[in-house]
Design a protein around this ligand. Structure first.
Ligand code: ADP
Ligand code: ZN
Length: 718
């Protein structure tokens, strides 16, 4: 309890309330509905409440906001939050209000009256959090004062550093805050782990003594996958079709790319919108809003999309092109699965992208840095061991064991003795005078008869066509590996010509071995997410759907995105626990007091209705038949389980079919039998009297086939 007494001292010093561990946890439950802190959150919050400056480095989706939002509920005065984007502020303020926390943002689009009202709510200590962009701080100089402010949070703090990947000049004036309010604790937060950026943040904000916490960058729930980029669009369409009902983002390198991908997906019947800086700001906000409000599931976008979107139920992210660097890649995939549920990151890798990105970097003031970062990105994409290890090592983190949740862990590459392959490639390069790029080397080895080859006379060299037995794609795969292993160098300044290295001499003249991996083809890749056999019954999925629809209705009424009502994870917990009263509802992780009071009734009523309907339903044997049939049992098995006669089971199925249920009756009759029923119906003229048919067919057609046949014919309207 020494901690608390030191709080007491500081509390007087900083005019704060002393906070015990119990109070901390009770606020966490009350406002946010959570039972436990994520790693380091508690330590950071305690330190901040104790008056210390903090620098927090956590991956996107790691839970940074909690580190200042929870303390804000406990500080006596307002917490000032510096944030770069209006969209981001709005989302966070909506989220806070939905949790019953008084919050506002301040910007130049508001009327003077509105601005006055907000300023007053800070002066009267009603507003717990005030969000503002650095540009608007000047207008608030009267309230940026220790009299009114308990804490300052600088979100997306890497924007301060020209080293970071998202520099904003307006952030550089923030140093005055610490000078003006030296006793007010400041917390700076970012997902950029780069050491230089970190130091820059500390110095520019003048918080060099800050308590620093660097949490693990591992986002275990995101499964990682890299695929070769052949037939990308076909692969994407297939992928997306399997993810029906789930939100996802497809990142492309260029504006044109986003439009093209969107167009091709639409042609395949998939609803998608493109998002890029070339659209008007109205168009952009519409796409973003539709996505956030679950009216639009898929967006194909440049990396500008997602900045400032806190949507917690993004289930997958695809990179249509290789990102420039690992920071960017990690931030983008981090937008998936903020709610902690399983999510998927799929990256398409082609050498063409690497060359393109190298070109972009050419001539940039920090060209060397950019190229080095690209190289690391490429290493990740080419990795033949656990990808998460590669990724985390970039952020200076060591993963002890392979992750088991990346494509390499799931489908370990098969190594082969590549000596002969290497020798063929290297001698071709020699015969081409080390002056040609990978495409021509491949063409020569494949014995391609194209114009360039003929023109240059390459069809006459000795190794022309020595690699006919291997596909062009696979040659590329092998050559890239040889580059990665240092057997070949690319002369970027000479039209990307391939050159030999010291190592390659050994292969050519000393016969030293080379290990290569066998290429994988899109068709033989096992899916990363195990397609678990669904064991949930029809009724279970029903409840989740109903809860989702209810959440949607509530969100519409409240004019906030659905995930701010409850996250997918919380909704799943509600589905599992099926609470019928407020007390049980409040026990669910993610349900705080405010939401319990506001929405509890809606949800418990829905569950009550559902239960009642289920009971009524289960009392009707026809529905039991349906459940069993949908689960894949045969008619005989259903009859055995329900102790019904098979005839009754057929009667049930026919009835269900007539009621419009998706029951495939065609499996019970052949087309020939159907034809026979059809002509009988024509000659008998009566459509309902089953007995007439039975005597018509005698023993030549069983009764259930007649029944089934009639139902199908009726449905077909013939
Ligand atoms: P970041 O700002 O680091 O990208 P967020 O603050 O948006 O991440 O948090 C991501 C998600 O994690 C949010 O949905 C948030 O409600 C949730 N979260 C944060 N802290 C906790 C916690 N202690 N327990 C459960 N969920 C949490
Ligand atoms: Zn792995």
């Amino acid at each position: 309890m020494t901690q608390i007494s030191s709080f007491d001292q500081q509390a007087t010093l900083y005019n704060m309330a002393a906070v015990s561990k119990e109070q901390l946890y009770s606020a966490l439950k009350k406002y946010f509905g959570y039972e436990a802190f994520r790693p380091q959150q508690e330590e950071i919050i305690t330190s901040l409440l104790g008056g210390k400056d903090n620098l927090v480095i956590m991956p996107t989706g790691g839970g940074k906001s909690m580190c200042f939002q929870l303390p804000a509920t406990l500080f006596p005065k307002t917490t000032l939050v510096i944030s770069p984007l209006i969209a981001l502020m709005k989302d966070q303020v909506d989220g806070l209000k939905a949790n019953g926390i008084e919050a506002n943002y301040f910007n130049s689009s508001q009327t003077e009256q509105e601005q006055m009202r907000i300023i007053n709510s800070v002066v009267s200590a009603k507003t717990k959090l005030l969000y503002v962009a650095p540009e608007s701080l000047g207008q608030l100089s009267n309230i940026v004062d220790a009299k009114y402010i308990s804490c300052i949070a600088v979100d997306e703090a890497h924007c301060i550093s020209s080293w970071g990947h998202d520099f904003r000049p307006s952030y550089q004036q923030l140093g005055f805050l610490k000078e003006k309010l030296p006793t007010i604790p400041m917390i700076a937060l970012t997902a950029t782990a780069d050491k230089t950026t970190r130091q820059d943040i500390l110095e520019q904000l003048k918080i060099t003594d800050a308590h620093q916490s660097l949490t693990s960058f591992d986002r275990k729930n995101i499964s990682l996958e890299v695929r070769p980029a052949d037939k990308r669009i076909t692969q994407i369409i297939e992928f997306v079709k399997k993810k029906k009902g789930e939100s996802g983002i497809i990142y492309c390198l260029s504006r044109k790319g986003t439009e093209e991908v969107a167009q091709k997906l639409r042609e395949a019947g998939i609803k998608v919108e493109a998002y890029h800086a070339g659209l008007s700001s109205d168009q952009r906000s519409k796409v973003q809003e539709d996505f956030v409000y679950d009216r639009l599931e898929i967006v194909s976008a440049t990396v500008a999309f997602g900045m400032g979107i806190d949507k917690s139920n993004v289930r997958w992210v695809i990179h249509h092109n290789l990102p420039k660097n690992i920071e960017g890649y990690y931030q983008e995939i981090g937008r998936a699965g903020r709610d902690g549920l399983p999510s998927h990151a799929l990256l398409f890798h082609t050498y063409a992208d690497v060359l393109q990105l190298r070109k972009f970097a050419n001539g940039a003031s920090n060209e060397e840095v950019q190229l080095a970062k690209l190289e690391r990105m490429k290493q990740f994409a080419d990795a033949t061991s656990c990808r998460r290890k590669v990724l985390l090592s970039y952020f200076g983190e060591l993963l002890e064991k392979d992750c088991g949740n990346c494509d390499v862990c799931r489908n370990p590459p098969k190594f082969i003795d590549g000596s002969e392959i290497a020798q063929k490639v290297l001698s071709t390069i020699v015969r081409l005078n080390q002056s040609e790029p990978i495409t021509i080397v491949g063409d020569v080895m494949r014995g391609s008869q194209n114009a360039v080859i003929k023109e240059k006379g390459y069809h006459t060299i000795k190794t022309f066509g020595i690699g006919k037995d291997i596909s062009y794609k696979d040659w590329q795969h092998y050559i890239i590996q040889l580059i990665n292993q240092g057997f070949i160098e690319i002369a970027f300044s000479e039209g990307n010509a391939l050159k030999l290295t010291e190592l390659s001499q050994k292969v050519l003249f000393e016969d030293s071995g080379v290990r290569l991996t066998k290429p994988t083809h899109a068709s033989d890749i096992r899916p990363v997410t195990k397609e678990k056999k669904t064991t949930t019954t029809v009724s279970d999925t029903n409840l989740y759907d109903r809860l989702k629809k209810l959440r949607h209705r509530v969100a519409r009424k409240e004019k906030i995105p659905a995930y701010l009502v409850f996250s997918d994870a919380t909704l799943k917990a509600i589905e599992q626990a099926r609470p019928l009263n407020d007390d049980d509802f409040l026990k669910i992780n993610g349900v705080g007091e405010h939401k319990m009071e506001k929405y509890g009734r809606y949800f418990t009523d829905e569950i009550m209705d559902f239960k009642r309907e289920m009971e009524e339903r289960d009392a009707d044997p026809i529905n039991v038949t349906k459940d069993l049939f949908v689960r894949g049992l045969t008619v005989k098995e259903i009859a055995a389980q329900t102790e019904l006669a098979t005839a009754s089971v057929y009667a049930h199925l026919t009835q269900l079919y007539k009621n419009g249920e998706a029951i495939d009756l065609m499996q019970f009759v052949t087309t020939e039998e159907l034809e026979r029923v059809k002509s009988a119906r024509e000659s008998l003229g009566s459509q309902d009297d089953l007995d007439a048919y039975i005597s018509h067919f005698g023993s030549s057609l069983p009764k259930h086939k007649i029944q089934v046949g009639l139902a199908i014919l009726e449905q077909m309207g013939s």
